[in-house]
Design a binder for this molecule. Structure first.
Ligand code: C5P
Length: 207
C-alpha cells in the first residue's frame, strides 16, 4: 500500500506520517527533509537558495544519510527549503529517490506537498492535511521554541503565510490537493484524534 500525505507547513502531516507508518508497517519518508537538506547544503556552501544551478548541484550530491540533522528543523533552513524547492532541476533530482522509496516492497507512506499529484499519482490512498494558518503557526512556534527559540509568534505566522504563498503559487508541482485526495482538517483535532480520523479514511478506502 502506498499512502500519499500532503499538506501545508506545520499541518501535522509529519507526526501523522510517522504514526501511520507504525500502524500499517510502512516505510515513512518525510520528503520535506530532502528539500531542507538541499537548503542546508546550499547555505553551508555560501550560496544563494535562489541560485538554481547551485541548488540543483546540491540536490544531485545530497547525502541521504544526513536527513535527521537537527539543523534541518531551524526556521532559516525551512525558509531556504521553500526557495530551493521552486527550482525544477531540484525537484527532478529528488524525484527518483522518492519514487524508489515509494516502491519499497510492503509499501510506504510519503509526506510532502506534491506526493498525490506528482510523485505518486497512483497512490492507493491520498490524504490532504490542513489546519488554519494560526493553528499551524502555534504548533510551529512551540516546536521552534524547543529547537532554536529564535522567533516570536507573529514572525512564525508571517513565515507560515509566506511559505503557503510560495508553495501554492510556484509553477512546478504547486501545493494543491489531488482530485482524488481526502481532506483532513486538523485545526480542532489533537494528534490522537487526527490519527484516528486518518485511520478511518485509510481503512474505508483500502478496504
Ligand atoms: O514539510 P516541510 O516544511 O519540512 O518542507 C519544507 C519545504 O520543502 C516546504 O516549504 C516546501 O516548499 C518544500 N517541499 C516541497 N515538496 C515536498 C516537500 C516539501 O516543495 N514534497
Amino acid at each position: 500500500m502506498i499512502i500519499a500525505l500532503d499538506g501545508p507547513a506545520a499541518s501535522g502531516k509529519g507526526t501523522l506520517g510517522r504514526r501511520l507508518a507504525e500502524e500499517y508497517g510502512l516505510v515513512h519518508l518525510d520528503t520535506g527533509a530532502l528539500y531542507r537538506a538541499v537548503a542546508r547544503d546550499v547555505l553551508a556552501a555560501g550560496n544563494d537558495p535562489a541560485d538554481s544551478a547551485a541548488a540543483a548541484r546540491a540536490a544531485r550530491n545530497l547525502d541521504r544519510e544526513t536527513l535527521d540533522d537537527p539543523v534541518l528543523r531551524t526556521a532559516e533552513t525551512g525558509a531556504a527549503a521553500s526557495v530551493v524547492s521552486t527550482h525544477p532541476d531540484v525537484r527532478q533530482a529528488l524525484l527518483n529517490y522518492q519514487r524508489a522509496i515509494a516502491a519499497t516492497p510492503g509499501g510506504a507512506i510519503l509526506d510532502g506537498r506534491d506526493i498525490g499529484t506528482v510523485v505518486c499519482p497512483d497512490a492507493d490512498v491520498k490524504l490532504f492535511v490542513t489546519a488554519s494558518p494560526e493553528e499551524r503557526a502555534r504548533r510551529r512556534h512551540a516546536e521552534l521554541a524547543e529547537a532554536d527559540n529564535g522567533q516570536n509568534f507573529d514572525e512564525v505566522l508571517a513565515d507560515v503565510r509566506d511559505r503557503d504563498e510560495r508553495d501554492r503559487n510556484r509553477s512546478q508541482s504547486p501545493l494543491k490537493p489531488a482530485d482524488d485526495a481526502h481532506l483532513l482538517d486538523t485545526t480542532y483535532l489533537g494528534i490522537e484524534a487526527a490519527f484516528k480520523a486518518a485511520v478511518e479514511l485509510i481503512d474505508a478506502v483500502s478496504g
